[in-house]
Structures are given as C-alpha cells and as structure tokens.
Design a protein around this ligand. Sequence first.
Ligand code: ADP
Ligand code: MG
Length: 354
Amino acid sequence: MVRRDRWQKLLLVLLVTGGLLSCSPPTAPSATVTPNETISEQRELLGTYVQIQVAGLPETSAREAIAAGFQAIEQLQADAHPELPSSDIFRLNQNAGQAPVKIHEDIFDIISLAREISEHSQGAFDVTFVGIGRLYNLRHPENFRIPNDEELRQALQRVDYRQLQLDPANHTAYLTRTDMAVDLGGIAKGWSTDSAMAALKARGVKNAIVNAGGDMMVSGSKNGEPWRIGIQHPRRGRDDYFAVIKASGDLAIVTSGDYERYVMHDGVRYHHIMDPHTGRPASLSQSVTIIAPNGVLADGLATAVFVLGPEAGLAMLAQYYPQCDALIIDRDGKRHDSPNLTKRHTVINVAEKH
Ligand code: ADP
Ligand code: MG
C-alpha cells in the first residue's frame, strides 16, 4: 500500500495548533486584525506543503512578513537544489573528483553541519546518501522496485561522507570521487523552517510557527499561550497523536517516521529513511521526534537517531547534542524519552482513542 498523506499531516498539525480555525481567509479585505488573531498562509515548496502562521501583528505586516518567509525558502531552493545549475550543490557534484568549489558562507555552514552529523552518527546519517535512495524509486511509488544485491553493493561504494572534504578557511568543498554526490534533502525541510523564521524576524515578527511538511519551528507564543504541536502516532490513524508538546520561545520540533512515504512488499515496510550501512530501510525505529534550538539540527538528528535506534541514538544525543531532546517510538512500539525531555519541555501524553 502506498500512502501520500502530507495534506492530512498538515491538517492534523493545523488543527492541533488551531491554525485552520483561527486564520483569516486570504482575501479578507480588512487591513488590521485584533492582536488575538493569527494570519496563516501555505504554499507548495520543496515537494511538500509549507505553512507559515503569524500571531499578534496587523494583517498587512503579517502578510508581508509571510511573503518574505516563503521568499527565503525559494532562495534556499535556488542555492542548494542539486539539479539547479544555479546551486552550490550542483557545482560541488559537477566538480566531484576534479576540483574543490567555493561555497556561499550560509550553505557552507549547512554542509558542515550535515557532515558533522554524519560523523557523530558514524554514518547513520550520511550526507552522500542519495545514491541509495534513488534505487528504490520511493518518490514515484508506482515505479517502486527492490534493488538486487549487486546494485546495492555498487551503490554503497558511493556512499561515504568521509569523501566530502571541507575547508572552512576558504569555504571550499570537494568530493573526492567522480561517482559520488551530496544532497541536502535529509535536512532541507528543517533548514527551510529556520530560513523562513529568520526572514519573519527580520520583519519584526515575534510570534510565529513555520511548518514544512510536519517539521516545525516556533517562535514566541500564540497570543500568550504556548504553541501546541501534536506528535503523530506512527501506527495509529492520521488523526491520532500520542503526545502534544507545548512550545514557546525559539524551538524546532521535527519528526522522522517510517509511515511518511512507504511501500509494503511481502510484509516488509520499504520507507524513505535508509540505513547507509546496509542500503536497506532502517528498522530500529517507527518514529523519532527531536526538539532542538533550530530546525536544520533537529531534522538531521531525527534521521540520524531514527537509523541508530533508541539506544545508540540517545547515546549520541547525550554525547554531542545534550541541548536536544527526543521522543522515540522503537520498532516494537515502545516509547523512549531523552532523560531531560520532561524537565525542559511540557509534554502532554494523549491516551489511545477507542
Ligand atoms: P521526512 O520529514 O520526509 O520524514 P526525513 O527528515 O526523515 O524526511 O528525511 C528523509 C529524507 O532524508 C529522505 O527522503 C532522503 O532524502 C534522506 N535520507 C534518508 N535516509 C538518509 C540517511 N541515512 N542519511 C541522510 N539522508 C537520508
Ligand atoms: Mg530528517
């Protein structure tokens, strides 16, 4: 069975945060709103639906800021999409095995972080992973296929983050092998929420939530109340979440799950988060939610911890990212929280619906 259910996920999150209920229609003629209203817009970007919601600002300023937020994501796409000749990643891959290329400073920082997470997770997250992902065609489930052992063996040879050399002094990046490629897809959504939030703040927004296909970045509060983020249960229905996180201030909440994009075949769930050591779908987790200071970190760590599983995943967080928290549902459906989760955040557990 194939599920493409981003809309439903977005709707769920909107309902939990009250977004759909409180936003004004896009054509609303009034120039101002009372401080208790929120303005919300969404667009299709990065292959998903991005929603930006702003609270406590007059409508005109809110909409201008939201437009700037979307613009920031479009810019990011132009700068980092691996298939656009305008992008640094395109040039990096074109020059693989030939020469280092100069990278814009902000993109360089993201590549560095992606490589750092690759290293700290010992390749559970791998910034050169794209060659494996392609083999399964999960983006076009009608063409889904299972690669044979030889195809996997060859693809695995082209996955190795250590072949990505970074020179921070000159802001250059170099992939040592011609047949390898870098792709920031595993962190693009989280990164986009950071970029949009920065653009909102530059226009005076203090209270907002950016939702890129379920990856959330919040800032401030919703009219004095914390934003409420529902966490979808990986094996229950779409409208069924097992926890709600009350978030205020600057916080990213990102979930990676095996229910997002998958194909069931002979009882095996082929989903979009792969273990770069085997070339097969990672099987130790059903879902991983990371709470972190920013979206790009949360996004990368969600994928890394998903692949590592609860034990090694929580150990990595404790060692390298103690500022981050996690809620993990393991392969048996058992929940594992990071030790400081409820000390640092308000988490409401939601009973199973009957
Ligand atoms: P989503 O939010 O869509 O669930 P994730 O944040 O979980 O996405 O990331 C999944 C995406 O990351 C995949 O579509 C793929 O592009 C990439 N990816 C999958 N496995 C890995 C991995 N082990 N290392 C790096 N990137 C990965
Ligand atoms: Mg991720």
